[in-house]
Structures are given as C-alpha cells and as structure tokens.
Design a protein around this ligand. Structure first.
Ligand SMILES: NC(=O)c1ccc[n+]([C@@H]2O[C@H](COP(=O)([O-])OP(=O)(O)OC[C@H]3O[C@@H](n4cnc5c(N)ncnc54)[C@H](O)[C@@H]3O)[C@@H](O)[C@H]2O)c1
Length: 425
C-alpha cells in the first residue's frame, strides 16, 4: 500500500525567563532565539531591573515582552516552561510559582541554597506533578562524559574512594567576592553555589549518593583582611596598587554578547546592584578556604577541597577502585592549559603496574568546554536520546546541593551531618 507519511512539524515549546543577567541572556535567551527557533520560543522575560531586560532585547534584536512582575508574566504569556536564572536564594520561589501555574521549570544550578527550600521544591514537585530540570553543564563536557563512560563500565572495578581538589584563581575566584554571591544568605556560600557542580559530578560519576559530610572552612584571603578599600572599584582610591582592581567600564571585546558596563554599571540606578564591589568588603561572610570529607551510599569516601585564592585555576580528581586508579585533571588558567589540538588525558593505573592514557580533545567551541552547547541541544531541541543520563532531575539537584548544605551545617555545629536528616527536616 502506498501511503503518505505526514511530516509532523516539531512542537514549539514556550519559554519564559526570569533573571536577565549574564547567565540568563547568554546561556538561555540567546540560544533559544538564535539556534532553536524551530522548537523553542521566548514568550516573556522578567527581572527587577528594567535596564537589564532592555539590554537583552537590544543585544538579541528581540522584542520579548518584559515584566517586572513574575505572576503577571505567567498569566499573560502562558509559558510551558519557566527558566530561572536569578540569584540562587530565589530559585525556589520561582520554581514553586511555576509549578502552581502548571509549568515545568529549568533551574540554573544550584537548585536552591538550603535544606528547607530544597524540601519545599521536592514536595511541590510531588504535589503538582510538574518537574524541575537542573542545568549541570559540566556533565556535558566531552572529557567528563568520557570519564563517566569509563567508570560506568567498571574500568577500575568498584570505587572505594575519591580525592578531588578544585582551585579557583585570583581572577575568577575573586569575582565571587564582588557581588551577591559573597553573602551566604544569597548563595549558600561557595560550598553550595560553586561546589554544587563538583558534588553533582562526583555523584554522577560514582553512581552513588552522599550520606554524611564533615567540613572545615574559613575566610582568610578576601573579606575584611585589608584596610585600604572603597565601596567598589569605581570609587576606590587604591586602584593603582590593588591587584584586584577591576575596571567594569573598560571596553569589552568586539562582538561580545555581554558588556558588564552596559548590563550592570549603567543600569545600577534601577536597583542598586553593584557588579564591582570590593573583595575586601566587611559584609563578606562566605568561606574562601574549604575542606570536606564525604561518605557515599555504596561505601565510597571522598576528600574534597575548594580554594578560591589560587595561583592558577583548575581541578584534579582521582578515583581509587578495586581494579585500578583513574586520574583526571583540567587547567582553566596557568601554565598547563591545553589547546584545541592537544588531547586532555585520563590516566588509568592498573594492579599489574601498567598505565593506560586516554586522550580527549578539548572543545572550546562553546562555554564550559563545549558543555553549554551540548546542554542547549538537550534542553531546546526535539527530544534527544540520553543513554548516559546527562540530564539532571530534582533528585540530582537536591543531592548536589545537600552536600554543601550539610557542610554549612557542619561548619556551624562542628559535627558530621547526615543527609537523610536534612531531607526529612
Ligand atoms: N552553570 C554555570 O556555569 C553558571 C554560571 C554562572 C551563573 N550561574 C547561575 O546562573 C544564575 C544567574 O547568575 P548571573 O551570573 O547571571 O547573576 P546576575 O546577578 O548577573 O543575574 C541575576 C539576575 O536576576 C535578577 N533578579 C534578582 N532578583 C530578582 C527578582 N526577585 N525577580 C526577578 N529578577 C531578579 C537580577 O536583577 C539579575 O539581572 C545564578 O543562579 C548562578 O548561580 C550558573
């Protein structure tokens, strides 16, 4: 029988975005508008700062309806999915409201900042039947994906322990001390805001969930450690001598999507948000030096460190298994950064003393080692296969932040903290 196969056009998903800062524009609005017009449409944008919403529309050449009132945006634009890219401590509010309005949510990492908000999200998901996806772009980096494949096929047997050191340098690391991230009430501290990426990677690579955490942490390098300072770099008298001087008014590279001067400094009269605060401000209350030990559900243990004041940036991770040891590392700045043409190596040490080197080419074609573009395809294109489980649910979002949240409780109490207690409340 000769038939006609109807070519069905792909469903176009309606997205609304709350939080029009650098991440909201670059990671979400731009790809929807520029790369996924056949499957996705940006129906509304929301921010407390109208200057940043205007910047988004100007930079992308769009006329997305702009709202200062989130509820009004939901009512008038009727999105299928709400994308949340505000400061971390507000993610839960927008997730809950989106669920109540019958929408699914995509939350930037971290899903939220403390255990109470985390429990509220998990309960609301159950109650409304909606879902939140957490965007862990590190999972999509080709190098990390290869590690996941190797560990999933038991290349080093059962994993018994992990050593993980993450170094932030004095450029990127310092940036967390300039703005809202520097207050624990906004970000949960770096152990939540930043480490959520790292803890998610370990959970995903191990295939185990964290069960208990003990932490030490201190603020030794930034914060009120220096007298010479202004409120921000534009009003400071010490710009000639301070190694952390950041000129937000300096011209950005030609063609760059985000111009911090236009997106933040020039519109700060709307909401008072300063992007270039002093890294020695006394209001800073997050740690810059952190060490943890973590226990996992199938017996693995991890020692983890995060330092935000290092000479170069990158990470080193090692997995010790019954059948071998896997070592991997990445340099984001400093003497060992590899070019697009050089492979980044994974080393596998075996009990017979042999060492296997597996090279993976670095992909600089999109942000976060090529991870951002791969994540965009999963988020905004037609449904894609996901054999390695790259997409992260609320459970993964919860287990990654709860390691840092438990660490915060451990810092406050001086005791090890069980994650089951945090999930129960
Ligand atoms: N996955 C990654 O690699 C990555 C990288 C950077 C940032 N992020 C995450 O993305 C999110 C945004 O980060 P950013 O650097 O763009 O921050 P940002 O401060 O530049 O942008 C946040 C935006 O939210 C807006 N906002 C604040 N309160 C609001 C409210 N009540 N209602 C509506 N809008 C509000 C602000 O005005 C601002 O425009 C954060 O959650 C951050 O953790 C993730």
């Amino acid at each position: 029988m000769i038939g006609f196969s109807a070519m069905s056009s792909p469903k176009i998903t309606r997205y609304a975005l709350v939080g029009c800062g650098g991440r909201g524009i670059g990671m979400f609005a731009q790809p929807i508008v520029k790369n996924f017009a056949s499957t996705a449409v940006l129906v509304g944008i929301c921010d407390v700062n109208e200057g940043r919403m205007a910047y988004l529309n100007r930079a992308l050449g769009t006329k997305a309806p702009a709202f200062k009132d989130f509820d009004r945006m939901l009512k008038e634009t009727k999105p299928d999915v709400v994308i949340i890219a505000t400061k971390d401590s507000l993610h839960h509010e927008f997730i809950l409201k989106s669920f109540e309005a019958g929408c699914d949510a995509i939350s930037e990492k971290p899903m939220t900042t403390d255990d109470e908000k985390c429990r509220a999200i998990l309960a609301a998901e159950k109650k409304t039947g909606r879902k939140v996806t957490v965007t862990f772009n590190y999972r999509f980096v080709p190098y990390v994906t290869r590690i996941r494949e190797l560990l999933a096929k038991k290349t080093i047997g059962k994993i018994l322990s992990v050593d993980f050191n993450y170094q932030l340098d004095r450029k990127h690391g310092a940036d967390y001390f300039r703005r809202w991230h520097r207050r624990k009430e906004n970000s949960g501290g770096l152990l939540v805001h930043k480490s959520t990426h790292h803890f998610d990677l370990v959970n995903w690579l191990l295939g185990q969930e964290p069960t208990e955490v003990f932490a030490y942490g201190s603020l030794q390098f930034y914060g009120p450690t220096r007298k010479e300072r202004g409120k921000n770099c534009r009003t400071c008298k010490h710009t000639k001598t301070c190694e952390f001087y950041y000129d937000i008014t300096a011209p950005t590279a030609v063609g760059a999507l985000i111009d911090n001067n236009a997106l933040y400094a020039k519109v700060e009269h709307y909401d008072g948000y300063q992007r270039d605060g002093c890294v020695f401000d006394p209001e800073i209350d997050i740690e810059d030096t952190m060490n943890l030990v973590v226990r996992y559900s199938k017996g693995a243990q991890m020692s983890y460190s995060l330092n935000a004041h290092c000479i170069y940036e990158g990470w080193r991770m090692a997995f010790n298994g019954t059948e071998g040891r896997l070592e991997c590392s990445e340099w984001h700045s400093g003497p060992y950064v590899v070019s697009d043409q050089q492979p980044q190596n994974i080393l596998i040490y075996r009990p017979d003393k042999s060492v296997e080197t597996i090279g993976v080419l670095v992909d600089h074609s999109s942000g976060h080692g090529g991870g951002d573009a791969r994540l965009h395809k999963m988020l905004f294109d037609q449904p894609q296969p996901d054999p390695l489980g790259h997409m992260a649910s609320s459970r993964a979002g919860a287990m990654s932040i709860l390691t840092g949240v438990a660490a915060n409780h451990s810092l406050a109490s001086g005791k090890p903290i069980r994650l089951a207690d945090l999930l129960k409340g």
